[in-house]
Write a protein that binds this ligand. Structure first.
Ligand SMILES: Cc1ncc(COP(=O)(O)O)c(C=O)c1O
Length: 503
């Protein structure tokens, strides 16, 4: 269609189709051959800057076709591919291709999901996505919530709802510094670092965290939790919330959620579950008991961009009584004309979280939930866990590997050289040094990408399988790669050690 105004940013239909089809072809080839690539080229920032060039801001525009082709070339040849079957680092999943199509569609229509009037069908789709996510993990579909950018934001969003609900009522007007008693939050030592950011950002301060020790299984010690709460109450402090973790970032352990729920009820505390990584595993029928107590949570963080294989970014906060979100985030400036007289209450997502203008991140999650269904997800998550167990078993059987932990889909292990001579004992310090060097070598090498964890003071290689492309063959090959590189590094370090000893 011929427009009345010509601008350098519009694309006509023919041009959009030509560039778009070509890009889709390129992406389809990329997905089809991803396992043939290295996980990462391991290029340094300096090398990448040279490739990108140092041109200053362009004064004049360029043809879209050229710049899209250039961008595809840069990204497809110089990225770390977390969709590669041997990417098992941190907690970043392989991304569902339907999610990429969803993001394209969402960006094309561009609904602003901050207000219902600006995103009529998108708001309904986000509501349905949230309801489905609640059903997925086995809590009441009456939980409400909001999609956010990821795990940190999902936890922050819930943290502030807890603060509003449990701190003195005048906190909104007077601020946190005017609270007469010290507000306290409780979590185990394995809790992800978001909690430290939260207490700093939201005014409680790092001294408001009571770090509860863990038991022999690495779960929060609930006896210590209760004793600590009691002592704090006796000292005139104000406990407000307990954070249980459902799948800790290092080893995948799920806290005893039922016991935490009971303590929270007894002391009238907000019960938050950080299930950013692990809570989707509640969809696997045989794992239901691991998550027992989840239905009692006042709020839950979960991340579709982790174990639901959504492309980044997609996190979700679920709240048992969503009014707590409205009480925390709602405001009514005169310039918003967002209420309607519909028989169904208008849901304006700007009242549920940090953002006012919001993108349509629900679409990619909603699409994948339909493409795969509950049983499809249960199978994929179960397979990820089985592969993780296989990795653990193979490490256990291997005489140069020490299998350390296995929970949900996270395995930790370390390389322990066989030979040992009197000059270079496999001390704990040496094993830590060797495994740290090994991890760096593996990450740079591009054959496999693992990350690390400290477990009982042991520096471990950590594999987290949230990857629907990983297969048994990959796991077997990973064992071979780790031991091959471990052996090489050990010999190198030993030679270096001997050379220094001679000087
Ligand atoms: C348990 C847990 N909580 C929160 C987060 C933070 O998630 P994000 O990186 O999406 O902000 C992570 C990330 O790995 C996590 O494992």
């Amino acid at each position: 269609m011929k427009r009345n105004r010509e601008t350098p940013i519009e694309m006509d239909k023919a041009e959009f189709k030509k560039i778009g089809y070509r890009l889709i072809d390129t992406i389809a080839d990329f997905i089809d051959t991803i396992e043939e690539k290295k996980v990462t080229g391991g290029e340094s920032p300096k090398q990448l800057q040279e490739i990108l060039g140092t041109a200053s801001l362009p004064e004049k525009g360029m043809p879209a076709e050229t710049i899209i082709a250039n961008a595809a070339n840069l990204l497809l040849n110089h990225s770390l591919f977390n969709g590669h079957p041997k990417f098992l680092g941190y907690i970043t999943s392989s991304a569902a291709p339907i999610g990429a199509l969803g993001d394209l569609l969402a960006a094309a229509v561009n609904p602003n999901v901050g207000a219902q009037i600006l995103s009529p069908i998108a708001t309904e789709i986000e509501k349905q996505t949230i309801k489905w996510l609640a059903e997925f993990i086995g809590v009441s579909p009456a939980y409400g919530g909001i999609l956010v950018s990821g795990g940190n934001m999902a936890n922050f969003t819930a943290f502030l709802a807890a603060r509003t609900a449990k701190a003195p009522k005048n906190i909104k007007e007077e601020g946190i510094s005017n609270a007469e008693t010290k507000l306290l939050v409780y979590c185990s030592k394995t809790t992800h670092t978001w909690i430290e950011k939260a207490v700093v950002l939201f005014g409680l301060g790092t001294r408001s965290i009571r770090w509860i020790s863990t038991d022999a299984h690495n779960k929060m010690d609930n006896n210590v939790l209760e004793q600590t709460i009691k002592a704090d109450l006796e000292n005139g402090c104000k406990p407000i919330m307990v954070i249980g973790t459902a799948g800790d970032v290092s080893t995948g352990v799920v806290d005893d959620l039922r016991a935490i729920a009971t303590i929270c009820k007894k002391y009238e505390l907000w019960f938050h579950i950080d299930g950013a990584y692990g809570v989707p595993a509640a969809v696997v029928p045989e794992l239901k008991s691991v998550f027992d107590g989840i239905q009692e949570a006042d709020s839950i963080a979960l991340d579709p961009h982790k174990w639901l294989y959504s492309p980044l970014e997609a996190g979700c906060t679920l709240v048992k009584d969503p009014n707590h979100l409205i009480e925390t985030y709602s405001s009514h400036p005169v310039y918003y004309n967002f209420s309607t007289n519909d028989e169904v209450k208008t849901q304006n997502y700007y009242e549920y979280g940090f953002q006012n203008s919001r993108g349509f991140r629900a679409l990619k999650v909603w699409l994948a939930l339909q493409q795969v269904g509950r049983s499809g997800y249960a199978s994929m998550i179960r397979e990820d866990i089985e592969l993780s167990r296989l990795l653990f078993e193979l490490a256990k059987k291997h005489d140069e590997l020490e299998a350390i932990t296995q929970n949900l889909s996270i395995t930790t292990m370390r390389y322990v050289p066989l030979d040992d001579d009197k000059d270079n004992k496999n001390t704990e310090a040496y094993l830590n040094q060797l495994n740290e060097a090994l991890l760096n070598e593996l990450q740079q090498g591009g054959e496999v990408f693992l990350s690390n964890a400290m477990v009982m003071d042991k520096y471990c290689l950590r594999a987290c399988i949230v990857n629907f492309r990983t297969s048994q063959k990959d796991i077997e090959e990973i064992i071979a790669i780790i031991t091959r590189e471990g052996k090489k590094l050990h010999q190198l370090l030993r030679r270096e050690y001997k050379a220094t000893a001679l000087h």
